[in-house]
Design a binder for this molecule. Structure first.
Ligand code: PRP
Length: 183
């Protein structure tokens, strides 16, 4: 049985909201120096690319990668850094770019990790927020869409590394016979 996909947010709806978010971030940070956008790989790569193209002020971009979900659709709660920043976060204004905040465990870990470098400020911009799933008290400053508790793919987000390329965001009900790939 194939995975079942149902469109949740179309390409045009996403583009409109990303433009609004990017313009808000531009207003908030235009007069700041030393702004660093931190993309959380892999899921945020498309969102970050679209956000930064809305910006009209000098900024730096770097990426880090954490392991949290593994190959399943549920978080394990165990978060590890797989690739750290290469630009120093010290004395910079950080904007963490995430595709989705679910339990908040990944972000909670990242905020603690990045705070250790003594940045000037840290804020979070996430395309999607699932507050009903939250296990830690955490409210991102910039949120594209608040969504219900459904597993979503597309626009950078995957199921077993599939569907990241899709332009829209889809609810995915995985094929129950596929099994879970060990990363
Ligand atoms: C997703 C997403 C967040 C995290 C959110 O990453 O990009 O980093 O899960 O979940 P949480 O709030 O429950 O911690 P994922 O581990 O799926 O990796 P990927 O970005 O490489 O697909």
């Amino acid at each position: 049985m194939p995975d079942q996909l149902r469109l949740l947010l179309g390409e045009d709806v996403i583009a409109q909201r990303v433009a609004e978010l990017g313009q808000k971030i531009a207003r908030d940070y235009r007069s700041s120096s030393q702004v660093l956008f931190v993309g959380v790989l892999n899921g945020a790569f498309i969102f970050l690319a679209d956000i930064v193209r809305q910006l009209d002020f000098p900024h730096a971009i770097d990426f880090l990668r954490v392991a949290s979900y593994g190959a399943s659709t549920e978080t394990t709660g165990a978060v590890q850094i797989r690739k750290d920043l290469e630009i120093s976060a010290s004395d910079r204004h950080l904007v963490i770019i995430e595709d989705i905040v679910d339990t908040g465990l990944t972000l909670s870990f990242l905020l603690g990790h990045l705070a250790g470098s003594r940045p000037r400020s840290i804020e979070v911009c996430t395309l999607l927020d699932k507050p009903s799933r939250r296990q830690v008290d955490l409210v991102p400053k910039y949120v594209g869409f608040t969504i219900p508790n459904e597993f979503v793919v597309g626009y950078g987000m995957d199921y077993n590394e599939k569907y990241r390329h899709l332009a829209g965001i889809h609810v995915c009900v995985p094929d129950p016979t596929e099994g879970i790939r060990v990363p």
